[in-house]
Design a protein around this ligand. Structure first.
Ligand code: ATP
Ligand SMILES: Cc1cn([C@H]2C[C@H](O)[C@@H](COP(=O)(O)O)O2)c(=O)[nH]c1=O
Length: 211
């Protein structure tokens, strides 16, 4: 049996991560693999409760409180869902993980990348994904998707200024450049099917299906 892999999807708001996570999970299950689909912040009852707090516009969390809450949610998620799934040999497909904290709380906010990674070491034994798909698409294409999905309603973090999201995007780019062994940049423009095909081509070394 192929041993499980930990796969994450990352990128800015509305780029298509959840859509691609679902399609990837279906494709892997179609190959007979045991797959756990999850997301961050969230994935366990406790972490989902922290998600509600983090995204609620009534609260004005500063970057420090935000980073700590994301790390706490992740710690619970890793201990109670991701870790046990990987120990069983299941595959885990996770919509956002530590790289979102690095991009949003360090890149977008006031924390350093090292500080965010230290919290991850404390909270989640520094667990890292085997592969991370970083989805990127032109800003106008993403804006259309977000408008169709959310109208004028965005959550507390999604609704931050464009300059904040530009810093987040830049931090994602830098991480991918610095760690090309783990990151695969995926062109997320075009139809969901086209994007899925790009991801499945990049998955070939992991599914053992050749180039
Ligand atoms: N390739 C695509 N082409 C057109 N629309 C898409 C594509 N992929 C996703 N969508 C649509 O765009 C919207 C955003 O997609 P999705 O929710 O998958 O993005 P996301 O990256 O998970 O967003 P968020 O980070 O805000 O949760 C959804 O309405 C989805 O149906
Ligand atoms: C894991 C994680 C997430 N965020 C931000 C990114 C988004 O704005 C929201 C999550 O909502 P989505 O539906 O998944 O887009 O939270 C963050 O700032 N830091 C993190 O570690």
């Amino acid at each position: 049996m192929t041993s499980g892999r930990f796969i994450t999807l990352e990128g800015g708001e509305g780029v298509g991560k959840s859509t691609q996570a679902r399609m990837l999970v279906d494709a892997l299950r179609g190959r007979g693999l045991g797959v756990v689909q999850t997301r961050e912040p969230g994935g366990t009852p406790g972490a989902e409760a922290i998600r509600d707090l983090l995204l609620d516009k009534r609260f004005d969390w500063d970057t420090r409180a935000e980073a700590l809450l994301f790390a706490a949610a992740r710690s619970d998620h890793v201990r109670n869902l991701i870790g046990p799934a990987l120990d069983r040999g299941d595959w885990v497909v996770c919509d956002r993980f530590i790289d979102s904290s690095r991009a949003y709380q360090a890149g977008g906010g006031e924390w350093s990348d090292d500080a965010v990674l230290s919290l991850h070491t404390l909270g989640s034994h520094a667990l890292m994904p085997d592969v991370t798909f970083l989805l990127q698409a032109p800003t106008d294409e993403i804006a259309e998707r977000l408008h169709a999905r959310d109208g004028e309603n965005s959550d507390r973090i999604g609704g931050k200024a464009a300059a904040y999201h530009a810093r987040v995007a830049e931090h994602f780019r830098k991480m991918a450049q610095t760690d090309p062994e783990r990151f695969v940049i995926i062109d997320a423009s075009g139809t969901p099917g086209e994007v899925h095909d790009r991801i499945m081509r990049a998955m070939a070394p992991f599914t053992g299906e050749g180039g």
